[in-house]
Design a protein around this ligand. Sequence first.
Ligand code: CTP
Length: 365
Amino acid sequence: MNVYLVGGAVRDELIGREIKEKDWVVVGSDEEDLLSKGFKKINSKFPVFLHPETKEEYALARKEKKVSPGHQGFKFIFDPSVKIEEDLKRRDFTMNAIAKKDNGELIDPFAGVSDINNKLIKHVSEFFIEDPLRVFRCARFAATLKSFGFKVSDETINLMQTKFSEGEFLSLSAERVWTETQKALVSEYPEEYFSILNKADCLHYFFDLPDIKEVIELIEHIKKKYVGDVERWAAICSFLIDQKKTNELLKIPKKFSKLSEKIQECIKLFTQKSSDSEILDSLYKISFFRESSSARKAMELCDDLMKEKGSSLSLEPSLILNIVTKLEKSKNEINSSLKGMKDEDKKSKLTELRLNIIRKTRTNL
Ligand code: CTP
């Protein structure tokens, strides 16, 4: 049996990046043999085993055999006769299709080393189109490897534009697409992810963005101040036409959708002509009276987004900040005014007192 280091570990070592995890491929063996050596089979679509000591993943080399027409008409073969080159051929990118023997020798049938040297993200073969997630992986690699000078090859862009259907994209697991998106969001060039998806002509299935150029410009500006994925995601959402649709399609985790919803409310607050009670209503919607620090953060981020976009404002964010500061300062005073009141009267009194503060601050009294 021969064991090879494959995938991201070989790629990252050649690029000079930190290696995150090691994946291995086993050639000339089978399930029975590995189980007898103490490997534990894991729950996976393919035969993958955990090493008894290192707990790293070892997969049996596999190849596809065409059994019927169409690009789904393949059967997987895992027998000991499968060669490492056959296993590498079904991988996504040439930079990910290099195997390393334990003596350090590289098996590189698709010129992955040369593509790494030329800083090119390029598909290996026609097998690329078997998995539409690879389009998102491509965009994510473009974002994470841009700082090393990498670009997506024109042939790969062309393949992505022409070979996938809407149905294939929409049948992808939401979690897998979101994982790629999240990895891109925390990278140095998150805008590259959206730019490549746009070039691949699949951005619009998941993200309803009116003008990609504006989105890219905004991310380029705000990414220096906002390094977290939640804030960067909220910035992108400020452009989304149908935020609910994206939330549902990608099953966006709550902490992400919560901030984006607050930002939408703040945009409304800053850009629409609001009455005192509409301002109060917005403050309730962004949970200002329950979580004032996260509501303030949303307002600050929204203020930055509005400035970057050059949006025309109806209410100055500084006025709103003044209002919330006054509301916070009068908390004790308001509470003592409510002391001794019946519960059913408290609510309307509280609203009245808060509205008074808003009115006085607006009229500068
Ligand atoms: N792979 C593939 N097609 C996919 C997913 C993975 O061909 N849709 C292959 C690639 O050879 C990849 C390897 O499986 O390098 C391991 O995949 P994974 O661990 O998901 O990603 P890495 O490439 O290791 O990258 P990272 O760790 O940065 O996610």
